[in-house]
Ligand binder design. Sequence first.
Ligand code: TYD
Length: 206
Amino acid sequence: MSDPHRGLLVVLEGIDGAGKSTQIRRLQLLAQALGFECVASREPTHGPYGRQLRESATRMRLSRTQEHALLLLDRREHLDVLVRPALARGAVVLLDRYYFSSIAYQAGPELAATQIRADNEAFAPPPDLLLILDLPVAVGLARIGARGDHPNAFEATATLEHCRAVYRGFANEPHARLIDASGDADSVTAQVSAAVVRTLQARALL
Ligand code: TYD
């Protein structure tokens, strides 16, 4: 569902270790320096539905259908409480993961990617800019290890290879940009910043 809003919805997707949170912190500073209110958030949220999904990642996994149902509830609440009001105020909203992650992680034999997408796009506004932070899985896993984190159940190599391929598959969509996230953080910041500025200009917000 597309609902015109005054602000800008920017989504960052990519496997763990791609540097999404670092780039979001930097984009937040950029947006504020340009004079925008900027709201940064993440999915799953830290609300009750998001918590259950995270538990599914650390303990025994729920079925994909159950995870998808929880994520839809979480996303609806997130949009209603935080994202839509911010966009209506004209804010730049930066999201660390969105429904593209549901397509990457929840699609499977029992749940088609097309179904997940349709269920989400029935209520969730598509991003104005989708930044796909792309890097080899081994590089992402090495970064996770270097920061002392242990991969969760969603972070097995085969799962991450699948997720990377799904994310790359979105690269040709109209509002998507494939970003090489394998290099140093500053070169990634240059690429994502340029994409945000161009999108603000294209929307006549800058
Ligand atoms: P993550 O970004 O790792 O959050 P945090 O670091 O705060 O725990 O997200 C948790 C996991 O949720 C991640 O491994 C991917 C998964 N996930 C899905 O499976 N489907 C989704 O739709 C989303 C948004 C995330």
